[in-house]
Design a protein around this ligand. Sequence first.
Ligand code: CUA
Length: 187
Amino acid sequence: MSTDAGHEGAAVAERVEKRWAVLSVIAVVFMAGLAGFAGIHQATMPQPRVETANPATLHISGEFVESNLGSAVEPDGSVTVRMIGQQYSFAPACVLVPTETPIIIRATSADAVHGFLIEGTNVNTMLVPGYVSTVTARFSTPGDHAMPCHEFCGLGHQSMWAHVKVIAKEEFMQMSAQKRRLDCVEQ
Ligand code: CUA
């Protein structure tokens, strides 16, 4: 009698174990499927195109030389912002952009991995040495946005900040007629 009960108990335990194993496999497959869906179908990652920039020569040649940083009006009317993140600042430290204009931000890092986030917008990416990060933005109203580095990059990480200043489109276009690259560092 007692051996029968023992066998029955073992059979129940085995059944429950098998059920649980099947359930956990289903859960893992489901989560892997979700990750695949997000990554491939929605194209959230990786970036659709990969551009490189040598961090050792950023300041010497190429599109990220100091004279080329800041905001520039393109022939199609959009504005390209070029920036560098480095321990522990952004260049330029104040980014000037117009309202109601497609903005393309191109940025890279000269040293470690930095975070790139514009508060109040959905701009949120990382600056990885060796690669160019490209994000697009559009601002409907003038104002100031904080731009903190949100990726731990060393001892000075918490003091690594920049600002984005959005001004009226007409004012911006007038300023851009005087100067090839705009920023608001002196203001
Ligand atoms: Cu740069 Cu944290």
